[in-house]
Design a protein around this ligand. Structure first.
Ligand code: FAD
Ligand code: SIN
Length: 533
């Protein structure tokens, strides 16, 4: 049994920001399932969107976000987040993030990405996320009230039910080094577990993005929304030897062109904004051309720019590509789309509160209404930080630490044994991620979605049986969560009978404007009655 006031699950931008903003008299515990540098945050390249230049305005940032979101953003949330942008950049600077300056003016250098009509992305060369992660971790290390415990994978939330009201009391987590499972009791839990892009075979995300927080919240009774809107990043390095590596959109912001292997530029055939159209459009165009011509990849080419400029602006991309014998200053980069960002998530209000009392959700795991049907580039880190602040301020103002923590049961392993066939888990991991890629990817049809739904139900049954009988491992915990997340993506996709933003289906190829402002909301109780798996 481990006791704390506030338990934060996740040590990316959202979780660390929340920890730092909590009252220093509170005991704060941050858990993460691997090394703290394994998070999407640490891999972020492009930067943080904020209105920082006279040529820009809050109204323009709002208008661009709404346009990318294709009719589903919540206006008040977009305004709230856009308004907070410059303050968030100042906060990051106070934590030690050293943004790249604009040489002549001494102000910050701002880059452009898809959907932005102005330069508004503050960045640290092309490794913004790593710099943010380093700075926030360094600040956390200085705070005696914050304990950061790595290699702890949460299994499930502990929720009490009394008089028809449930409340989150903590969670069970496994120490993956010692293999022991403990109950962590807390006055409230903040989920900051990131997205679920690992549900797809090809993804830009690290292994941590397995939808754990989303699945746990769902099992605890929280509603989720808009899971059909999975963002595929248009340009991930294609090389069979390379682990997923994203080639930042900022390259296109600084003039890189998308070409077919013949050298022909193609994006203007799809959108007048060309390679800087919002991501849904660019990813679909690449997918279309790859399928039309039977290509394994297309080219992203910045080699027309001066070599020194490229190396200075994109040192991370340059070095990484060179490891695969691609010199981006002289030749094009082979790229393909890959699953990148989960636009939907656990429904929260402006303070990060979920449907379950005592449970908050912030960052990529949450659905706040900011992104609508398609997230605009570099709005995500901004959202993590805005809602990290908001949740902590809400906790600081509303939490009472007077009463003792309620009793909770210890984790019971008396009825399970060690697994006899790990191959079942690894096989199901592969199968799930492949059918999600093939049937629930960039272009969908009702038939493919139905096929995926049947496969998913079978897998879930098998996984649940396995889960009842055997001791949990990290792979099993993640597989169970991925399968549930897959089901929620499929159900949302089937429910949306139109094409909008990131959800494109050949059976309903047009946008249905009667559905503007209508989120796809799933409620655990209703779904459990319809399909028990
Ligand atoms: P994460 O940073 O993903 O952190 C999740 C944390 O939760 C990790 O510490 C993990 O260990 C922990 N966790 C998860 N499950 C469990 C569990 N069961 N038990 C314990 N701990 C758990 N966005 C931008 O705005 N600008 C960019 O330039 C940008 N570039 C990107 C580039 C890449 C390659 C990627 C992958 C994403 C990029 N994004 C970018 C998106 C953005 O980085 C993420 O949306 C954001 O970092 C998510 O932060 P988070 O704090 O919500 O989660
Ligand atoms: C990128 O650098 O292209 C990723 C930016 C983002 O996902 O917001």
């Amino acid at each position: 049994m481990y006791d704390t006031d506030i338990l934060i699950l996740g040590a990316g931008a959202a979780g660390l920001c929340a920890a730092l903003e909590l009252d220093s008299r509170l005991r704060v515990t941050v858990l993460c399932k691997e090394d703290p540098f394994e998070s999407s945050t640490a891999y972020a390249q492009g930067g943080v969107a904020a209105v920082l230049h006279d040529s820009d305005s809050i109204e323009t940032h709002v208008a661009d976000t709404l346009a990318a979101g294709d009719g589903l953003c919540r206006g008040e949330v977009v305004e709230h987040v856009a308004n907070a942008g410059s303050e968030i950049i100042r906060w990051l600077q106070q934590q030690g993030v050293d943004f790249t300056p604009h040489r002549p003016s001494g102000q910050l250098h701002l880059t452009r990405e898809g959907g932005h009509t102005r330069r508004r992305v503050a960045h640290v060369a092309d490794h913004t996320g790593r710099s943010i992660q380093e700075s926030l971790l360094a600040q956390v290390a200085r705070r005696p009230n914050i304990s950061l415990l790595s290699h702890r994978i949460a299994i499930d939330l502990i929720v009490s039910e009394s008089a028809g009201e449930c409340r989150c009391l903590g969670l069970y987590a496994k120490n993956t080094k010692t293999r022991s499972i403990s109950a962590y009791r807390a006055r409230c839990v903040v989920l900051a577990t990131g997205g679920c892009s690992k549900v797809y075979l090809y993804t830009s995300n690290p292994d941590t993005s397995s939808g754990d927080g989303l699945a746990m919240a769902w099992r605890a009774g929280a509603r989720v929304a808009n899971m059909e809107f999975i963002q595929f990043h248009p340009t991930c390095l294609y090389d069979p030897r390379a682990r997923s590596f994203l080639v930042t959109e900022a390259l296109r912001g600084e003039g890189a062109r998308l070409r077919l292997p013949t050298g022909e530029e193609f994006m203007h055939r799809f959108d007048e904004r060309g390679a800087l159209a919002p991501r849904d459009i660019v990813a679909r165009a690449i997918d279309f051309e790859m399928k039309r011509l039977g290509l394994d990849y297309v080219h992203l080419d910045i080699s027309h720019e001066a070599s020194a400029t490229i190396r200075e602006a994109f040192p991370n991309t340059y070095a990484h590509c060179l490891e695969f014998d691609i010199d981006i200053t002289r030749e094009p980069i082979p790229v393909v789309p890959a699953a990148h960002y989960t636009c939907g998530g656990i429904i929260t209000d402006l303070d990060g509160c979920t449907d379950v009392p005592g449970l908050y959700a912030i960052g990529e795991v949450a659905h706040t209404g900011l992104h609508g049907a398609n997230r605009m580039a570099s709005n995500s880190l901004l959202e993590c930080l805005v809602f990290g602040h908001a949740a902590s301020h809400h906790i600081n103002h509303s939490l009472s630490t007077e009463s003792p923590l309620p009793e909770v049961d210890s984790w019971d392993e008396s009825q399970v044994s060690d697994s006899d066939e790990e191959v079942v888990v690894s096989h199901n991991w592969d199968e799930l991620r492949r059918f999600m890629w093939d049937y629930v990817g960039i272009v969908r049809t009702t038939k493919r979605l139905e096929r995926a739904r049947r496969r998913c139900a079978m897998l879930q049954e098998e996984i649940d049986e396995y889960y009842q009988d055997f001791r949990v491992t990290r792979d099993l915990i993640e597989l169970r969560n991925l399968a549930l997340t897959a089901k929620l993506i499929i159900l949302c996709s089937l429910a949306r009978q139109e094409s909008r933003g990131l959800h494109y289906t050949l059976d309903f190829p047009d946008r249905d404007d009667t559905l503007a402002q209508q989120d796809t909301i799933l409620c655990p109780e209703t779904i459990a009655q319809e399909s028990p798996a």
